[in-house]
Every structure is written in structure tokens, then in C-alpha cells.
Design a protein around this ligand. Structure first.
Ligand code: ASP
Length: 357
């Protein structure tokens, strides 16, 4: 009987309640002993509304993970952002598949979902994976069933705008297939601009008590192979939080990041005393070095052909970001709310792009 006692039963019992309140009391004591410090929220360039919202919630004393998730939910639900959630660009079959991870510093716990279809806010599902399962990552149909079990409603995430872009891409993929596109100059420009742009939102925060959390959420690469999973739902790659050190996350070419555990590296470099910006640069340099071993990733000058950016905040509330390449104004910025002001700042970069696509 005893070994059949479930976690739920345990919490229902007096022992459970007693143990839980001892834990809570211990936690409160730890919390009270900390001096109020500098709050900060940092995000990718599409996250200005997220940093605003997250700071508003931090000021109300909300948990930093709830704050950053509420922030990115705004972008996930916005059909105008083609890189995240509803309105995100679909895979090669015209289906939107979403990836997201969350990490909570105080408990060093995390959750993630990948290749999730029909659910607008994958970051909320990722948090439930963390809170309501003993797993860290659910994918595909299993993730969808889990979301539905928790009351999420299925929705068509493919907006007309995203469908039209998918159709254009399909029609212009090759001149040796059965698809024809109207070949206009305007379409050519349009194609160049959206093929070179990608998105994702990462948002990390530190609250007044020095607790950290982060979230990354994306629709992944446009026209990806169905089932392709990027770095965003991979803890250590698209997101990593260590409550004693800092939090970091990324946007850009997920494959390069997965192979180098990028966000973990950023946090690791911060643990060695590097500032958030230095740690982001050092990680990009490492990734560049390793990418030299893969010739298809290099341009004619031997430099990485892909974009990648990191965003970080440390335990002192200092923040920073860095990108592999410079780029179009609106893409190469990051968002930060430092407790005083919410603003977009230019991202420092390793290489200057000759053509500002
Ligand atoms: N990192 C995302 C992925 O690889 C895409 C992006 O940020 O553009 O899925």
C-alpha cells in the first residue's frame, strides 16, 4: 500500500501538507533574506511588447517565468509576427508546427514542446509539461494530446498571409516542376526579403529577488521538413537558466546552435566572469569555429552563411546580446526593459553584411 502512494496522495496526506509547508517556509525565509535587486527583462527584437508586459508583472511581484510567458504570449497570438505562434510561416506541407521551451531558475526545472500543431501558445503548454509531468519535452501528436487534455482548443494557425507566402515559395521553388508563379519584380523582392528573414522570440528576466527565468518560442524555419525540430525547445541550446548565474536564449539557425549547446555556453561563460555581451560573443565565436568544419555552412569568404543571435541577463541584472551578422535595421535589434525604460537597442555583431538584406 505504502509504495502505491502517488505524489497526489502524498500531498493530500498530513505528511504531504506538513512537508510542503516546511518547504514553503524554507523558501520564504530564503526569499526574505535576499535584498531587493535590479529587475531586468531582455528579449529578441520582436519582443518589445513582451519586455514591457513582463516588467509590468515583475513589478507586481509575479514569478519571473509567468512574467516572461505572458510577455511572449502577446507575440505568439499576433498574426502579424510570421515567426511565432498564430500567423507563423508553415512547413513545406503548409502546416504550422511550433516549438517552445521554458526554464524556471528557482527550481531549476524546465519543460518544452516541439512540432506542436494547432495550438497558438506553445509556451503555455511547455510550462504545463514542466509543472504537470515528470518529463522535459513532449513532441508532435503526444504534445497535442497533452495540450488538449489541459483544455487547449485546436485552432487553424495558418493565416491567409502565411498561406500565400507558402504558396509563392512552393510555386517558385524550381522551374522544373508543375507549379507556376506569376513572375513579377515585386514578387522577386518579396521572396528575397522573407527567405532571408527568420524569427522566434526569446525572453529572459530577473526579478527583484534575483530569481531568473526564460522562454523561447517559434514556428521554426519556414518550409522546414515536417517534424524538423529547431533549437528553441532544446534546453541548453535555445534556452538555459541557472539561477545562481544568469539566463540566455537564442534566435537564428537552430541546427548550429543545437550542435554547440549555445545558451548553455553563454551561461557557462558568464559563470567565468564574462559580461552577458562578452559571453554571447564568445559563444558565437565558438560556434563559428566549429562551423568551419562543415563547408556547406560557409560562404565564399569562409564565413558562416547563417544568422544566429544570443540574448542574456546575469544575476546582477546586467544584460547583453550579440549576433553573428549585421542586418536590416528592424531585425538586428534586441529589446530590453532595465527597470527604468523599455527600448530597442542595436545588437552588436561579429560580421558586417555587405548587402543589408
Ligand atoms: N531558432 C529557430 C529555429 O531554428 C529559428 C529562428 O530563430 O529563426 O527553429
Amino acid at each position: 500500500m505504502r509504495d502505491k502512494l502517488s505524489r497526489r496522495d502524498f500531498l493530500k496526506t498530513g505528511i504531504g501538507i506538513g512537508a510542503a509547508s516546511v518547504l514553503t517556509a524554507g523558501k520564504n525565509l530564503a526569499v526574505q533574506q535576499k535584498k531587493e535587486g535590479k529587475m531586468c527583462v531582455v528579449a529578441s527584437g520582436n519582443g518589445l511588447r513582451a519586455t514591457e508586459k513582463a516588467m509590468e508583472l515583475l513589478r507586481q511581484g509575479k514569478d519571473p517565468l509567468d512574467a516572461v510567458i505572458a510577455g511572449v504570449n502577446i507575440v505568439e497570438s499576433d498574426p502579424e509576427d510570421r515567426s511565432v505562434g498564430y500567423g507563423g510561416l508553415p512547413n513545406e506541407e503548409g502546416v504550422v508546427e511550433l516549438d517552445s521551451s521554458v526554464m524556471h531558475g528557482p527550481t531549476h526545472n524546465g519543460g518544452a514542446v516541439a512540432s506542436l500543431r494547432n495550438i497558438k501558445n506553445p509556451s503555455k503548454v511547455a510550462k504545463l509539461v514542466m509543472e504537470r509531468t515528470d518529463h522535459a519535452l513532449l513532441v508532435g501528436k503526444g504534445a497535442l494530446r497533452f495540450a488538449k487534455a489541459h483544455g487547449f482548443k485546436e485552432e487553424n494557425l495558418l493565416t491567409d498571409e502565411a498561406r500565400e507566402r507558402w504558396l509563392e515559395r512552393k510555386e517558385t521553388l524550381s522551374d522544373r516542376d508543375y507549379w507556376f508563379a506569376p513572375k513579377t519584380e515585386e514578387l522577386e523582392k518579396e521572396l528575397e526579403s522573407y527567405l532571408s528573414s527568420h524569427g522566434t522570440i526569446n525572453c529572459c528576466a530577473i526579478d527583484a529577488l534575483g530569481n531568473l527565468a526564460g522562454v523561447t518560442t517559434t514556428s521554426g524555419f519556414f518550409f522546414k521538413i515536417p517534424g524538423r525540430v529547431g533549437d528553441s525547445p532544446i534546453i541548453g541550446a535555445g534556452l538555459y537558466v541557472d539561477n545562481e548565474i544568469g539566463a540566455a536564449g537564442s534566435t537564428g539557425r537552430g541546427e548550429a546552435n543545437i550542435l554547440n549547446c549555445g545558451s548553455f555556453q553563454v551561461v557557462n561563460f558568464m559563470s567565468k566572469g564574462l559580461s552577458p555581451e562578452e559571453a554571447c560573443f564568445k559563444t558565437l565565436e565558438r560556434i563559428e569555429e566549429k562551423s568551419r568544419l562543415l563547408p556547406h555552412l560557409l560562404n565564399e569568404k569562409g564565413l558562416p552563411r547563417f544568422g544566429l543571435s544570443f540574448y542574456a541577463v546575469n544575476k546582477k541584472g546586467e544584460y547583453g546580446a550579440a549576433s553573428m551578422w549585421s542586418g536590416r535595421e528592424e531585425v538586428r535589434k534586441f529589446a530590453v526593459h532595465d527597470g527604468k525604460e523599455n527600448k530597442l537597442k542595436p545588437i552588436p555583431y561579429l560580421y558586417e553584411r555587405e548587402k543589408q538584406i
